[in-house]
Design a protein around this ligand. Sequence first.
Ligand code: NAD
Length: 495
Amino acid sequence: MDTTESRTRHREVVAAVVAPVDPQLVIGGVRRPASDGATFDVLDPATGGVLAAVASGTVDDARACVDAAAAAGPGWARTAPRKRSEVLQRTYQLMVARAEELALLITAENGKALADARGEVLYSAEFFRWYAEEAVRIRGDVQTAPGGANNILVLHQPVGVALLVTPWNFPAAMAARKIAPALAAGCTTILKPAAETPLTALALVALMEEAGLPAGVVNVLPSAQPGPVVSAVLADPRVRKLSFTGSTTVGRTLLHQANEHIVNCSLELGGNAPFVVFADADLEAAIEGAMIAKMRNGGEACTAANRFFVEEGIAASFSARLVQAMGSLTMGPGSDPSVDVGPLVNQAARSKVESLVTGAVTGGATLELGGETPAGEGFYYPPTVLTGVAADAEILHTEIFGPVAPVVTFTTEDEAVDLANDTEYGLVAYVYTGDLARGLRVSERIEAGMVGLNRGLVSDPAAPFGGVKESGLGREGGVEGLLAFTESKYIALTW
Ligand code: NAD
C-alpha cells in the first residue's frame, strides 16, 4: 500500500494539473457557465476529495450546443480536407508534446496508474494522427451499371451534426476515437463526457483550439444530468449521428431515443471478454498477455479479460503464475510512477466488485489472492484471483470492471468455445495456443467483434474496433470509423 509521503505528493501533483483547466462549457468556441449556474464536483478517486467544480450543462445549454454545431457545420464540411487534416495533425503533435500533463490529468480524475494514463494519451494522439492521414483520402466510387446504360457514382458526404457521448474509463481515448474521425469526415460535434471525468475532455478541446480548431466544431457539454441533456440533443432533427461509448443499458435507451429522427447510431457497449488458454500455449506469453488483458487500467476496460478459461492440464500452474504476477503489483495513488494499480473510479464501482467477489466465494470459489478491501481513503481494491468459480456465478456473467481474475477449467475445444460464447456480450476474446490452425478455428467460432490471438491487446487506431451481440453496433477506428461519420450518396448518371 502507498505511504503518507506518496499521498501528499499525489495531492500536490493533481492540484497542479487540474488548476489550468477551465471548468466551463464550451459552446461555439466560448467558455460559459451553465445557463442556471449549476456545477457538479469531480472527485479524486485516490482520496475521495473534490478536484474541481465543473459547469453542469442544462437542456438549454444542450440546445445551444446544437445551434453552435449546426451553424459551424456547412463551413467545416466545405473546409478543404487538407486544412481539416492539419488541425488533427497539430492536435496529435500537441498531445505528444503535452503527454505528461494530460496523463496526470487523466490519473487525477480517473485514478488509473500513470503508466496506463501515459499509454492512453499516446493511443489517443494516434487517432488524431491516423485520421489526419485519412481526412485527405475519403474516396468515392464509380462504376458502369451492370445493364450498361448508365454510370454509378458514389460520394461519401459528412453525416452532419454528431453527438459524441463518452465513458469515464478512457476519458481521452474515447473522445479522440470519435472526434478525430468526425472532424476528418467534415462533421461538427457535441461532446458529452462522463461526469466522473470531464476535465480531460475540456483540456483536450483547449488543446485542439490551440491547434486551430474553428469555433463550434467541437462543443463540450459536461453535465450532472446526462439523461435530459442527451435527450434534448437527440430530440433536435438537425442532429444526424449518435456515437456512444458506455454501458449496454444506456446504449439501449439511446437507441430507442434515436428512433424518433432515425439517427445514424454507432454504439460501443459493454464486454465480458473470455481469455482462453489451451494446454499447448506458451505459458509465459499467456501470463504476460493475461496481465495486459486483465490489469491494463486496473481492469476498468471494456476489453478487460473477464473470464479465464484454462485447459485442465495446465490450470493449476497457470493460476499459480497468475497469482504470483498479480500479487507482485503495487497499489497506490496513480500519480506515483512506481504504482501499478490505482484506485477504482468511485465507491459504486468498488462496491460492485466487492459484491461480485463475495458472491463467487459464497458460491464455492477459492480466493487465491486479494479479495479484501483496504481501509483508509480512496476507492482501492486489490488484485484478486479466484479459482473453482461456479458456472452460474454472477461474476462470470457481469462486467467486473476491476482487478479480479476468475479462473475456470475446461477439457475440450468445443467446451472452451461454448463457455466463451455463453454471454450476451461479444466485444473481444483472447485465445492462447501453440497451434495456429486451432487458434484461427477457435477465433472464427467465438462470437466477438475482435480476437487477440496470442496477444493480450487488440486496440489500434488503424483497426476496426467494436462488438457483436449486445456489445454494440458499428466500428470505430480504421476506415470503418471514418465512414461511420459519412453517408453514401449515389448519383445515377449517363454520360
Ligand atoms: P455509462 O453507460 O454509465 O455512461 C456512459 C456515458 O453515458 C456517460 O457520458 C454518461 O454520463 C452517459 N449517460 C449515463 N446515463 C445516461 C442516460 N440515461 N442518457 C444519456 N446518457 C447517459 O457507462 P460508464 O460507466 O461511463 O462506462 C463504463 C461502460 O462503458 C462499461 O460498460 C464499458 O464496457 C463501456 N465501454 C465500452 C467501450 C467499447 O468500446 N465498447 C469502451 C469503454 C467503455
